[in-house]
Write a protein that binds this ligand. Structure first.
Ligand SMILES: Nc1ncnc2c1ncn2[C@@H]1O[C@H](COP(=O)(O)OP(=O)(O)OP(=O)(O)O)[C@@H](O)[C@H]1O
Ligand SMILES: [Mg+2]
Length: 343
């Protein structure tokens, strides 16, 4: 039996969880979802991919729970249980020593929430927990020179949060985290269809519309799709034609909130680093950044080139993975907001 468990990196997102095992790479990438029995809420039926599978087959008997909301623990017991499941799935149980875990967290997370996340990971089986800010990890994952004396601006747009940070010399110089992301786009579409088209749709339909039709800038030629939902007026099933210009109107608010956060960070960035950012551009990571034309929208509003990472949703776990392979970089002596910290 091997003595020490390998070090593990975790990107614990609002919608997706990824685990990186030292020496092996990313070996888990699944929804951050647990399903419970409706009759007996203490009975966990499935976690991750299996939970999605089960939910699709017997939705009436099950309650879906996303234990992480906006990067914070929303349900401690379920979060612990989910993490225990993923850690076991990643490395098994045949070790005498517990693993060290590096976990990505939103920037500016308060001490209470940092402690809650750390405890959840400890109870799930970790020996030591190191926290690292998401945009720092995402910057490493997208290949930026974070340890050099140059300014890098990263905007990580997930499902629950958008984390904006200027990074230089291995630390965050200015950062901001706002609770805007893919979920807010979905909510904006649901609200627009309810108010303007009198049609009620669910989260899954909203997410599909977001991916197929929504756009951060108006299209030259508007296109339309048929949306199915419940007609609010007579509560029967109904359809409505929904255009890309309506979808653009619907998501305008959350797009503007992201630009506001980027502007806030830039206004507080030292001039030398701002000059580097003008040259190097703004780097978008996180799968929420895949909203059509969001890169151009940010660029047009801020006046700096914007580059969407190749696989935006993987950047954070790849960066966490790099730190897992080079765990000496995550040192307890480092200051909280300037480098990964020991908790
Ligand atoms: N093609 C696409 N267009 C628009 N949005 C997309 C696309 N693909 C995925 N998304 C959205 O990206 C979001 C998930 O991104 P990601 O996995 O980076 O979030 P997360 O890490 O779970 O959340 P967070 O970091 O906020 O806690 C979801 O809201 C999803 O609907
Ligand atoms: Mg994320």
């Amino acid at each position: 039996m091997p003595f020490w468990a390998p070090d593990i990196g975790i990107d614990l997102g609002t919608e997706n969880v990824s685990l990186y095992v030292r020496g092996r790479g990313v070996i888990i990438s699944e929804p951050a979802l647990v399903v419970l029995d409706r009759e007996n809420r203490h009975s966990v039926q499935a976690v991750g991919d299996e939970a999605v599978f089960l939910l699709g087959r017997s939705p009436n008997r099950l309650i879906p729970v996303y234990p992480i909301k906006n990067g914070q623990v929303a349900d401690f017991d379920i979060a612990e249980l989910m993490l225990k499941y993923f850690i076991r799935k990643a490395i098994g149980v045949s070790y005498l020593g517990k693993p060290r875990v590096i976990l990505s967290v939103p920037c500016n997370l308060d001490d209470v929430n940092r402690k809650a996340l750390t405890e959840a990971i400890r109870f799930a089986g970790a020996k030591h927990v190191f926290l690292v800010e998401k945009p720092f990890a995402a910057a490493i994952g997208t290949g930026l020179p974070v340890y050099e004396p140059v300014g890098n601006l990263v905007v990580d747009i997930g499902a629950g949060t958008t984390d904006v940070a200027v990074i230089s010399l291995g630390g965050l110089v200015v950062s901001q985290s706002v609770q805007v992301g893919g979920n807010k786009f979905d909510e904006a579409l649901i609200e627009y269809l309810r108010k303007e088209c009198s049609i009620l749709i669910g989260n899954q339909t909203a997410e599909n519309i977001k991916k197929d039709l929504a756009t951060a800038l108006p299209l030259e030629e508007s296109r339309s799709i048929i949306v199915r939902g419940i007609n609010q007026l007579n509560t029967s099933a109904g359809t409505v034609s929904f255009s890309s210009s309506q979808a653009y109107d619907a998501v305008k608010g959350p797009c503007a909130a992201i630009v506001k956060a980027v502007r806030w960070v830039l206004e507080r960035t030292p001039p030398e680093l701002a000059a580097d950012i003008m040259r190097g551009g703004i780097h978008l990571t996180g799968d929420g950044a895949r909203l059509f034309a969001l890169d151009r929208y940010i660029s047009e509003n801020i006046g700096i080139p914007v580059l969407l990472a190749r696989d935006p949703g993987d950047c954070c776990i790849l960066g966490v993975g790099y730190l897992t392979e080079n765990i000496q970089l995550v040192s307890p002596q480092n200051k909280r907001s300037s480098k990964p910290t020991f908790a």
